[in-house]
Write a protein that binds this ligand. Structure first.
Ligand code: E4P
Length: 215
């Protein structure tokens, strides 16, 4: 499973990239706004750090404008994937952008039927937001299982990008279901290598090593 960071914070991206586990980055308008910086400037910095898919979202609501925005974003670098919302206008825009070779990540997906449509219009990625479903009392991970089953039934090539991840259990469950990608905040990614037994085990190894002649 590919691991993406869901952030527009370049310091976080640099740290995860240094660990060697970062496959890509997803951003959205809220994450960019949080940084208080120029959007294109942030994107260029991310492009310089990460050699992998970087999702950048359009903010138009009409297909023609989404297409124009998507083309402008895609011109920045071949690693840019254009994020388009799951609306009927978004479907039209995704069909056009995909047919012109621009990779689209269909976002704000909350149901298996929306995911079916994303695949039909040629989206490269579909982003179901599982945490936001959990927040309202529906088990988000269930739709990941259903989407994967639907895609298998018809051999769709669209990859399932598990989004709106809140904690490491989401990451584990996504991997157990065979999701292609999981995007997460830095606060979740930094927990993945951690285990209390690793820390106490290492401390004991280092302490015992002090008793060994090794010079
Ligand atoms: C996905 O690409 C979105 O940016 C993101 O995962 C949304 O997460 P949130 O529900 O925590 O805002």
């Amino acid at each position: 499973m590919k691991l993406f960071l869901d952030t527009a914070n370049v310091d976080e991206i640099r740290k995860a990239a240094d660990w060697g586990i970062l496959d890509g980055v997803t951003t959205n308008p809220s994450l960019v706004a949080k940084e208080g910086r120029n959007f294109k400037e942030v994107l260029r910095e991310i492009i310089a750090i990460v050699d992998g898919p970087i999702s950048a979202e359009v903010v138009s609501v009409k297909a023609e404008q989404m297409i124009q925005e998507g083309k402008d974003l895609a011109k920045l670098h071949s690693n840019i994937y254009v994020k388009v919302p799951m609306t009927t206008e978004g479907l039209k825009a995704t069909r056009r952008l995909s047919s012109e070779g621009i990779r689209v990540n269909m976002t704000l997906v909350f149901s298996p039927l929306q995911a079916l449509l994303a695949a039909k219009v040629g989206a490269t990625y579909v982003s179901p937001f599982i945490g936001r479903l959990d927040d309202m009392g529906q088990t988000g991970m269930e739709i990941i299982e259903e989407i994967l089953a639907i895609y298998r039934n018809y051999d769709f090539k669209t990859e399932v990008l598990v989004a709106s991840v809140r904690h490491p259990i989401h990451v584990k469950e996504a991997a157990m279901l065979g999701a292609h990608i999981c995007t997460m905040p830095f606060s979740v990614m930094e927990k993945l290598p951690q285990h209390a037994l690793t820390d106490t085990g290492l401390a004991k190894f280092l302490k015992d090593w002090e008793k060994v002649a090794h010079k």
